[in-house]
Design a binder for this molecule. Structure first.
Ligand SMILES: Cc1cc2nc3c(=O)[nH]c(=O)nc-3n(C[C@H](O)[C@H](O)[C@H](O)COP(=O)(O)OP(=O)(O)OC[C@H]3O[C@@H](n4cnc5c(N)ncnc54)[C@H](O)[C@@H]3O)c2cc1C
Length: 432
Protein backbone atom coordinates (compact mmCIF):
# COMPACT_ATOMS: atom_id res chain seq x y z
CA UNK A 1 0.00 0.00 0.00
CA UNK A 2 1.26 3.46 -0.94
CA UNK A 3 1.23 6.36 1.54
CA UNK A 4 -1.33 8.94 0.46
CA UNK A 5 0.66 11.86 -0.98
CA UNK A 6 -0.89 13.95 -3.79
CA UNK A 7 0.34 12.92 -7.25
CA UNK A 8 2.19 15.70 -9.02
CA UNK A 9 3.79 16.43 -12.37
CA UNK A 10 6.80 17.76 -10.45
CA UNK A 11 9.74 15.48 -9.65
CA UNK A 12 9.57 14.26 -6.06
CA UNK A 13 12.41 14.75 -3.59
CA UNK A 14 11.93 12.63 -0.47
CA UNK A 15 13.94 13.83 2.54
CA UNK A 16 14.24 11.41 5.45
CA UNK A 17 15.01 13.34 8.66
CA UNK A 18 13.99 16.83 9.75
CA UNK A 19 17.20 17.58 11.67
CA UNK A 20 19.72 20.32 10.92
CA UNK A 21 20.47 19.06 7.39
CA UNK A 22 17.06 17.80 6.22
CA UNK A 23 15.08 20.73 7.57
CA UNK A 24 17.33 23.37 6.03
CA UNK A 25 17.21 21.54 2.69
CA UNK A 26 13.39 21.41 2.77
CA UNK A 27 13.17 25.08 3.76
CA UNK A 28 15.45 26.12 0.91
CA UNK A 29 13.35 24.11 -1.56
CA UNK A 30 10.11 25.85 -0.49
CA UNK A 31 9.79 27.74 -3.74
CA UNK A 32 11.57 25.26 -5.99
CA UNK A 33 9.91 23.35 -8.79
CA UNK A 34 9.94 20.04 -6.95
CA UNK A 35 7.44 18.21 -4.83
CA UNK A 36 9.17 17.80 -1.45
CA UNK A 37 8.18 15.04 0.98
CA UNK A 38 9.76 15.40 4.41
CA UNK A 39 9.58 12.27 6.58
CA UNK A 40 10.54 12.21 10.25
CA UNK A 41 9.67 9.81 13.04
CA UNK A 42 8.95 12.85 15.25
CA UNK A 43 6.73 15.78 14.39
CA UNK A 44 9.36 18.20 15.64
CA UNK A 45 12.92 19.33 15.02
CA UNK A 46 15.24 18.90 18.03
CA UNK A 47 18.10 21.18 18.98
CA UNK A 48 20.51 18.56 20.30
CA UNK A 49 23.25 20.92 21.58
CA UNK A 50 20.95 21.95 24.44
CA UNK A 51 19.66 18.47 25.41
CA UNK A 52 21.93 18.53 28.42
CA UNK A 53 20.16 21.62 29.77
CA UNK A 54 16.82 19.78 29.58
CA UNK A 55 18.38 16.82 31.39
CA UNK A 56 19.76 19.14 34.07
CA UNK A 57 16.35 20.83 34.56
CA UNK A 58 17.62 24.13 33.13
CA UNK A 59 15.27 24.26 30.13
CA UNK A 60 11.86 22.91 29.17
CA UNK A 61 11.82 20.47 26.20
CA UNK A 62 9.44 22.78 24.32
CA UNK A 63 12.16 25.48 24.29
CA UNK A 64 14.51 23.34 22.23
CA UNK A 65 12.05 21.50 19.98
CA UNK A 66 10.13 23.04 17.12
CA UNK A 67 7.06 21.58 15.32
CA UNK A 68 8.00 20.72 11.73
CA UNK A 69 4.64 21.78 10.31
CA UNK A 70 5.11 25.32 11.58
CA UNK A 71 7.89 25.90 9.04
CA UNK A 72 5.75 24.93 6.09
CA UNK A 73 2.42 26.55 6.93
CA UNK A 74 0.83 27.70 3.69
CA UNK A 75 3.36 26.01 1.43
CA UNK A 76 1.93 24.01 -1.47
CA UNK A 77 4.91 21.86 -2.47
CA UNK A 78 6.11 20.45 0.87
CA UNK A 79 4.34 17.44 2.39
CA UNK A 80 5.22 16.13 5.86
CA UNK A 81 4.68 12.56 6.97
CA UNK A 82 5.42 11.50 10.55
CA UNK A 83 6.64 7.92 10.38
CA UNK A 84 9.84 5.92 10.56
CA UNK A 85 11.51 4.77 7.36
CA UNK A 86 12.46 1.12 7.82
CA UNK A 87 14.01 0.17 4.46
CA UNK A 88 14.97 1.33 1.00
CA UNK A 89 14.11 -0.68 -2.13
CA UNK A 90 16.67 0.92 -4.40
CA UNK A 91 15.76 -1.01 -7.55
CA UNK A 92 12.13 0.16 -7.22
CA UNK A 93 13.03 3.73 -6.16
CA UNK A 94 10.88 3.52 -3.04
CA UNK A 95 10.95 3.42 0.77
CA UNK A 96 9.15 1.26 3.27
CA UNK A 97 7.45 2.77 6.32
CA UNK A 98 4.82 1.47 8.75
CA UNK A 99 2.34 3.83 7.02
CA UNK A 100 3.08 2.35 3.59
CA UNK A 101 5.34 2.74 0.58
CA UNK A 102 6.80 6.10 -0.53
CA UNK A 103 8.09 6.50 -4.10
CA UNK A 104 10.82 8.97 -4.94
CA UNK A 105 12.67 10.48 -7.88
CA UNK A 106 15.43 11.80 -5.64
CA UNK A 107 16.07 10.56 -2.13
CA UNK A 108 17.95 12.38 0.63
CA UNK A 109 19.00 10.51 3.75
CA UNK A 110 19.46 12.96 6.64
CA UNK A 111 18.74 10.63 9.53
CA UNK A 112 21.58 11.75 11.81
CA UNK A 113 23.18 9.36 14.28
CA UNK A 114 22.29 6.90 17.02
CA UNK A 115 24.12 6.15 20.25
CA UNK A 116 27.05 3.77 19.84
CA UNK A 117 27.53 1.31 22.70
CA UNK A 118 30.30 -0.42 20.73
CA UNK A 119 28.43 -3.73 20.85
CA UNK A 120 28.47 -3.87 24.66
CA UNK A 121 25.11 -5.38 25.65
CA UNK A 122 25.32 -4.50 29.36
CA UNK A 123 25.96 -0.84 28.58
CA UNK A 124 23.23 -0.73 25.94
CA UNK A 125 20.79 -2.17 28.47
CA UNK A 126 21.65 -0.06 31.53
CA UNK A 127 23.50 3.14 30.58
CA UNK A 128 21.52 6.31 29.88
CA UNK A 129 21.96 7.85 26.42
CA UNK A 130 21.07 11.43 25.51
CA UNK A 131 20.24 11.41 21.81
CA UNK A 132 16.64 12.61 21.95
CA UNK A 133 14.40 14.97 23.93
CA UNK A 134 12.67 11.94 25.46
CA UNK A 135 15.99 10.51 26.68
CA UNK A 136 16.99 13.89 28.12
CA UNK A 137 13.67 14.08 29.98
CA UNK A 138 14.06 10.55 31.26
CA UNK A 139 17.49 11.45 32.58
CA UNK A 140 16.09 14.52 34.35
CA UNK A 141 13.44 12.38 36.06
CA UNK A 142 15.99 9.74 37.05
CA UNK A 143 18.35 12.27 38.63
CA UNK A 144 15.57 13.96 40.60
CA UNK A 145 13.93 10.67 41.54
CA UNK A 146 17.18 9.25 42.86
CA UNK A 147 17.82 12.30 45.04
CA UNK A 148 14.32 11.95 46.50
CA UNK A 149 14.92 8.24 47.24
CA UNK A 150 18.32 8.95 48.78
CA UNK A 151 16.73 10.78 51.68
CA UNK A 152 15.11 7.59 52.93
CA UNK A 153 18.13 5.30 52.53
CA UNK A 154 20.19 4.63 55.63
CA UNK A 155 22.76 2.22 54.22
CA UNK A 156 25.76 4.37 53.35
CA UNK A 157 27.06 2.35 50.39
CA UNK A 158 23.61 2.07 48.87
CA UNK A 159 23.03 5.81 49.32
CA UNK A 160 26.33 6.59 47.62
CA UNK A 161 25.24 4.54 44.60
CA UNK A 162 22.12 6.71 44.29
CA UNK A 163 23.84 10.07 44.55
CA UNK A 164 27.04 9.51 42.53
CA UNK A 165 26.87 9.99 38.79
CA UNK A 166 29.23 8.58 36.18
CA UNK A 167 29.52 10.20 32.75
CA UNK A 168 31.27 8.27 30.03
CA UNK A 169 32.83 10.23 27.16
CA UNK A 170 34.90 13.38 27.37
CA UNK A 171 33.59 15.10 24.23
CA UNK A 172 31.57 18.34 24.38
CA UNK A 173 28.44 16.55 25.67
CA UNK A 174 30.26 14.74 28.49
CA UNK A 175 32.06 17.92 29.52
CA UNK A 176 28.86 19.99 29.44
CA UNK A 177 26.90 17.43 31.47
CA UNK A 178 29.68 17.05 34.06
CA UNK A 179 29.98 20.83 34.42
CA UNK A 180 26.28 21.39 34.89
CA UNK A 181 25.97 18.55 37.40
CA UNK A 182 28.80 20.13 39.39
CA UNK A 183 26.94 23.44 39.38
CA UNK A 184 23.71 21.73 40.41
CA UNK A 185 25.59 20.13 43.31
CA UNK A 186 27.03 23.47 44.36
CA UNK A 187 24.14 25.89 43.92
CA UNK A 188 20.87 23.98 43.89
CA UNK A 189 20.96 20.68 45.76
CA UNK A 190 22.07 22.15 49.12
CA UNK A 191 19.02 24.46 49.01
CA UNK A 192 16.57 21.76 47.87
CA UNK A 193 17.92 18.99 50.11
CA UNK A 194 19.24 20.55 53.32
CA UNK A 195 19.15 17.08 54.91
CA UNK A 196 21.69 15.78 52.41
CA UNK A 197 25.44 16.29 52.65
CA UNK A 198 26.01 17.39 49.05
CA UNK A 199 29.78 17.27 49.41
CA UNK A 200 29.36 13.47 49.39
CA UNK A 201 28.07 13.52 45.82
CA UNK A 202 30.72 12.40 43.36
CA UNK A 203 30.59 13.37 39.70
CA UNK A 204 32.95 11.21 37.70
CA UNK A 205 33.83 11.76 34.05
CA UNK A 206 35.59 8.90 32.28
CA UNK A 207 37.45 9.45 29.01
CA UNK A 208 39.25 6.69 27.14
CA UNK A 209 41.87 8.99 25.58
CA UNK A 210 44.51 11.10 27.26
CA UNK A 211 42.64 14.38 26.88
CA UNK A 212 39.14 15.82 26.80
CA UNK A 213 37.43 17.42 23.77
CA UNK A 214 39.11 15.34 21.09
CA UNK A 215 39.18 17.31 17.85
CA UNK A 216 39.60 20.65 19.63
CA UNK A 217 42.93 22.36 20.37
CA UNK A 218 45.28 21.32 23.19
CA UNK A 219 44.62 24.66 24.91
CA UNK A 220 40.85 24.03 24.88
CA UNK A 221 41.30 20.46 26.17
CA UNK A 222 43.64 21.52 28.99
CA UNK A 223 41.46 24.43 30.04
CA UNK A 224 38.30 22.30 30.09
CA UNK A 225 40.09 19.76 32.29
CA UNK A 226 41.29 22.51 34.60
CA UNK A 227 37.79 24.03 34.82
CA UNK A 228 36.18 20.68 35.62
CA UNK A 229 38.74 19.68 38.25
CA UNK A 230 38.34 23.08 39.92
CA UNK A 231 34.58 22.50 40.01
CA UNK A 232 35.16 19.23 41.85
CA UNK A 233 34.54 16.81 38.98
CA UNK A 234 36.67 13.67 39.17
CA UNK A 235 38.08 13.25 35.66
CA UNK A 236 39.54 9.84 34.81
CA UNK A 237 41.60 9.74 31.61
CA UNK A 238 43.06 6.76 29.72
CA UNK A 239 40.54 4.27 30.99
CA UNK A 240 37.35 2.86 29.56
CA UNK A 241 34.15 1.35 30.89
CA UNK A 242 33.83 -2.30 29.98
CA UNK A 243 30.68 -3.37 31.82
CA UNK A 244 27.76 -2.03 33.83
CA UNK A 245 25.07 -4.01 35.61
CA UNK A 246 22.94 -1.06 36.71
CA UNK A 247 24.79 -0.80 40.05
CA UNK A 248 28.50 -1.31 39.44
CA UNK A 249 30.60 0.23 36.68
CA UNK A 250 33.63 -1.86 35.76
CA UNK A 251 36.59 -0.32 33.98
CA UNK A 252 39.29 -1.83 31.79
CA UNK A 253 41.90 -1.78 34.60
CA UNK A 254 39.47 -3.59 36.94
CA UNK A 255 38.47 -0.50 38.96
CA UNK A 256 34.84 -0.56 40.04
CA UNK A 257 32.55 2.38 40.86
CA UNK A 258 29.13 2.09 42.43
CA UNK A 259 26.56 4.25 40.66
CA UNK A 260 22.94 3.84 39.62
CA UNK A 261 23.37 6.38 36.87
CA UNK A 262 25.82 6.07 34.00
CA UNK A 263 25.31 8.75 31.37
CA UNK A 264 26.59 7.53 28.02
CA UNK A 265 28.13 10.24 25.84
CA UNK A 266 30.89 8.15 24.34
CA UNK A 267 30.07 7.62 20.71
CA UNK A 268 27.65 7.65 17.82
CA UNK A 269 26.91 5.60 14.70
CA UNK A 270 25.13 6.61 11.52
CA UNK A 271 21.37 6.02 11.80
CA UNK A 272 20.74 4.01 8.67
CA UNK A 273 17.94 1.60 7.85
CA UNK A 274 17.86 -1.63 5.86
CA UNK A 275 18.53 -2.02 2.17
CA UNK A 276 21.83 -0.20 1.59
CA UNK A 277 24.47 -2.22 -0.27
CA UNK A 278 27.57 -3.05 1.80
CA UNK A 279 29.82 -0.93 -0.44
CA UNK A 280 27.80 2.19 0.43
CA UNK A 281 28.37 1.80 4.16
CA UNK A 282 31.61 3.17 5.62
CA UNK A 283 33.22 3.27 9.07
CA UNK A 284 30.87 4.32 11.87
CA UNK A 285 27.90 3.02 9.88
CA UNK A 286 27.94 6.23 7.81
CA UNK A 287 26.87 6.32 4.16
CA UNK A 288 29.82 6.99 1.90
CA UNK A 289 29.12 9.93 -0.39
CA UNK A 290 31.09 11.62 -3.16
CA UNK A 291 31.81 15.33 -3.16
CA UNK A 292 28.31 15.97 -4.56
CA UNK A 293 26.79 14.25 -1.51
CA UNK A 294 25.58 11.34 -3.67
CA UNK A 295 25.80 7.93 -2.02
CA UNK A 296 28.52 5.87 -3.67
CA UNK A 297 27.01 3.53 -6.27
CA UNK A 298 23.42 4.79 -5.74
CA UNK A 299 22.12 7.16 -8.38
CA UNK A 300 19.73 9.88 -7.16
CA UNK A 301 20.31 8.90 -3.52
CA UNK A 302 22.06 11.50 -1.36
CA UNK A 303 23.16 11.58 2.28
CA UNK A 304 23.74 14.63 4.47
CA UNK A 305 24.87 15.49 7.98
CA UNK A 306 25.93 13.02 10.65
CA UNK A 307 24.96 9.99 8.58
CA UNK A 308 27.13 11.02 5.61
CA UNK A 309 30.81 10.28 5.17
CA UNK A 310 32.27 12.50 2.49
CA UNK A 311 35.10 10.66 0.77
CA UNK A 312 37.95 12.40 -0.97
CA UNK A 313 38.28 15.60 1.13
CA UNK A 314 42.03 15.68 1.83
CA UNK A 315 41.59 17.92 4.86
CA UNK A 316 39.15 15.43 6.42
CA UNK A 317 40.33 11.94 5.43
CA UNK A 318 38.12 10.32 8.08
CA UNK A 319 35.06 12.36 7.12
CA UNK A 320 33.83 15.67 8.47
CA UNK A 321 33.09 16.15 12.16
CA UNK A 322 29.56 15.14 13.11
CA UNK A 323 28.38 18.61 14.11
CA UNK A 324 25.50 20.92 13.25
CA UNK A 325 27.60 23.23 11.02
CA UNK A 326 28.54 20.40 8.65
CA UNK A 327 24.90 19.24 8.47
CA UNK A 328 23.63 22.75 7.72
CA UNK A 329 26.27 23.44 5.09
CA UNK A 330 25.43 20.14 3.38
CA UNK A 331 21.69 20.91 3.47
CA UNK A 332 22.26 24.34 1.91
CA UNK A 333 24.65 22.84 -0.66
CA UNK A 334 22.20 20.18 -1.84
CA UNK A 335 19.32 22.68 -2.15
CA UNK A 336 21.54 24.77 -4.38
CA UNK A 337 22.60 21.67 -6.36
CA UNK A 338 18.96 20.70 -7.05
CA UNK A 339 18.15 24.24 -8.18
CA UNK A 340 21.21 24.37 -10.44
CA UNK A 341 20.23 21.03 -11.96
CA UNK A 342 16.78 22.32 -12.86
CA UNK A 343 18.23 25.46 -14.40
CA UNK A 344 20.67 23.38 -16.46
CA UNK A 345 23.69 24.88 -14.66
CA UNK A 346 26.89 22.86 -14.11
CA UNK A 347 27.20 21.05 -10.79
CA UNK A 348 29.76 22.26 -8.25
CA UNK A 349 31.38 20.11 -5.54
CA UNK A 350 30.61 20.41 -1.81
CA UNK A 351 33.35 22.10 0.20
CA UNK A 352 33.10 22.34 3.99
CA UNK A 353 34.04 25.69 5.50
CA UNK A 354 35.33 25.09 9.02
CA UNK A 355 33.93 27.83 11.27
CA UNK A 356 35.50 26.44 14.44
CA UNK A 357 34.18 24.62 17.47
CA UNK A 358 33.29 25.34 21.08
CA UNK A 359 32.11 23.77 24.32
CA UNK A 360 30.85 25.19 27.57
CA UNK A 361 31.80 23.88 31.00
CA UNK A 362 29.63 26.06 33.20
CA UNK A 363 28.82 29.59 34.28
CA UNK A 364 31.44 31.98 32.80
CA UNK A 365 33.47 29.02 31.55
CA UNK A 366 33.75 27.87 27.94
CA UNK A 367 36.39 27.11 25.35
CA UNK A 368 36.30 28.35 21.77
CA UNK A 369 38.54 27.40 18.82
CA UNK A 370 38.08 29.66 15.81
CA UNK A 371 40.27 29.28 12.74
CA UNK A 372 43.43 31.11 13.81
CA UNK A 373 42.06 32.32 17.16
CA UNK A 374 41.54 30.38 20.39
CA UNK A 375 40.21 31.69 23.67
CA UNK A 376 38.72 30.39 26.89
CA UNK A 377 36.84 31.71 29.91
CA UNK A 378 34.16 34.38 30.26
CA UNK A 379 34.31 35.83 26.75
CA UNK A 380 34.26 32.31 25.27
CA UNK A 381 31.18 31.59 27.38
CA UNK A 382 29.41 34.69 26.03
CA UNK A 383 30.26 33.62 22.48
CA UNK A 384 28.94 30.11 23.21
CA UNK A 385 25.66 31.55 24.56
CA UNK A 386 25.22 33.90 21.62
CA UNK A 387 25.96 31.26 18.95
CA UNK A 388 23.58 28.72 20.48
CA UNK A 389 20.81 31.25 20.96
CA UNK A 390 21.25 32.42 17.38
CA UNK A 391 21.10 28.85 16.01
CA UNK A 392 17.91 27.95 17.90
CA UNK A 393 14.84 27.89 15.69
CA UNK A 394 11.83 30.08 16.36
CA UNK A 395 11.57 33.48 18.02
CA UNK A 396 9.55 32.05 20.91
CA UNK A 397 12.23 29.46 21.66
CA UNK A 398 14.97 32.09 21.54
CA UNK A 399 13.06 34.33 23.95
CA UNK A 400 12.21 31.48 26.34
CA UNK A 401 15.78 30.19 26.43
CA UNK A 402 17.17 33.69 26.89
CA UNK A 403 14.80 34.40 29.81
CA UNK A 404 15.66 31.05 31.42
CA UNK A 405 19.38 31.71 31.09
CA UNK A 406 19.14 35.19 32.56
CA UNK A 407 16.96 33.91 35.40
CA UNK A 408 19.31 31.01 36.16
CA UNK A 409 22.33 33.30 36.00
CA UNK A 410 20.92 35.92 38.33
CA UNK A 411 19.26 33.58 40.85
CA UNK A 412 21.75 30.67 40.72
CA UNK A 413 18.67 28.49 40.45
CA UNK A 414 16.44 26.71 37.95
CA UNK A 415 12.72 26.39 38.39
CA UNK A 416 12.08 23.23 36.40
CA UNK A 417 12.79 20.45 38.83
CA UNK A 418 9.50 18.64 38.33
CA UNK A 419 9.26 14.90 37.88
CA UNK A 420 6.45 14.58 35.37
CA UNK A 421 6.11 11.00 34.23
CA UNK A 422 4.10 9.92 31.18
CA UNK A 423 0.64 8.59 32.01
CA UNK A 424 0.11 4.94 31.14
CA UNK A 425 -3.54 3.75 31.12
CA UNK A 426 -4.27 0.79 33.44
CA UNK A 427 -5.13 -1.44 30.49
CA UNK A 428 -1.67 -0.92 28.97
CA UNK A 429 0.07 -1.46 32.32
CA UNK A 430 -1.62 -4.87 32.52
CA UNK A 431 -0.45 -5.73 28.99
CA UNK A 432 3.14 -4.95 30.02
C1 LIG B 1 23.76 15.75 23.25
C2 LIG B 1 24.32 16.33 21.96
C3 LIG B 1 24.98 17.55 21.99
C4 LIG B 1 25.49 18.12 20.82
N1 LIG B 1 26.13 19.33 20.87
C5 LIG B 1 26.54 19.91 19.72
C6 LIG B 1 27.12 21.21 19.74
O1 LIG B 1 27.26 21.83 20.80
N2 LIG B 1 27.51 21.77 18.54
C7 LIG B 1 27.34 21.11 17.35
O2 LIG B 1 27.66 21.65 16.30
N3 LIG B 1 26.82 19.88 17.32
C8 LIG B 1 26.41 19.26 18.45
N4 LIG B 1 25.86 18.01 18.42
C9 LIG B 1 25.79 17.31 17.13
C10 LIG B 1 24.65 17.83 16.25
O3 LIG B 1 23.46 17.86 16.99
C11 LIG B 1 24.53 16.95 15.04
O4 LIG B 1 25.74 17.01 14.32
C12 LIG B 1 23.38 17.37 14.13
O5 LIG B 1 22.15 17.24 14.81
C13 LIG B 1 23.37 16.53 12.87
O6 LIG B 1 22.32 16.95 12.06
P1 LIG B 1 21.59 15.92 11.10
O7 LIG B 1 20.62 16.73 10.30
O8 LIG B 1 22.59 15.10 10.39
O9 LIG B 1 20.82 14.92 12.05
P2 LIG B 1 19.76 15.18 13.30
O10 LIG B 1 19.78 16.62 13.61
O11 LIG B 1 20.15 14.19 14.27
O12 LIG B 1 18.40 14.83 12.61
C14 LIG B 1 18.07 13.54 12.19
C15 LIG B 1 16.55 13.44 12.09
O13 LIG B 1 16.23 12.23 11.44
C16 LIG B 1 15.13 11.63 12.07
N5 LIG B 1 15.23 10.19 11.79
C17 LIG B 1 16.25 9.35 12.09
N6 LIG B 1 16.03 8.13 11.59
C18 LIG B 1 14.83 8.18 10.97
C19 LIG B 1 14.06 7.23 10.24
N7 LIG B 1 14.50 5.98 10.04
N8 LIG B 1 12.87 7.61 9.75
C20 LIG B 1 12.42 8.87 9.94
N9 LIG B 1 13.12 9.82 10.61
C21 LIG B 1 14.31 9.48 11.10
C22 LIG B 1 15.29 11.99 13.54
O14 LIG B 1 14.06 11.94 14.22
C23 LIG B 1 15.86 13.42 13.44
O15 LIG B 1 14.82 14.38 13.43
C24 LIG B 1 25.34 17.43 19.58
C25 LIG B 1 24.67 16.19 19.56
C26 LIG B 1 24.17 15.66 20.75
C27 LIG B 1 23.45 14.32 20.71
Amino acid sequence: MKINIPESTLERIVIVGGGFAGLLLAKKLLKANYQVVLIDKNNYHQFQPLFYQVAMAGLEPSSIAFPLRKFFQGSSNVFIRVTEVTAIEYDKKRLQTPLGIVNYNHLVIATGADTNFFGNASLAAKALPMKSVSEALYLRNRILDDYEKTLSITDEAERQGYIDIVIVGGGPTGVEVAGSLAEMRKYILPKDYPEMDCSEIEIILIQSGDQLLKGMSDEAAKKALQFLRKMGVKVILNNRVTAYDGEIVTMKDGTQIRSRKVIWAAGIVGAIFEGFPAEAIGPGNRLKVDNHCQVIGMENVYALGDVALVTGDEKFPEGHPQVAQVAMQMGAYLADAFTRKQKGKAAVAFKYRDLGSMATVGRNKAVVDLPGFKFQGFFAWLVWLFVHLFQLLGVRNKVMVFINWVWNYVTYDQSLRLMIRPFVPKEMKNEE
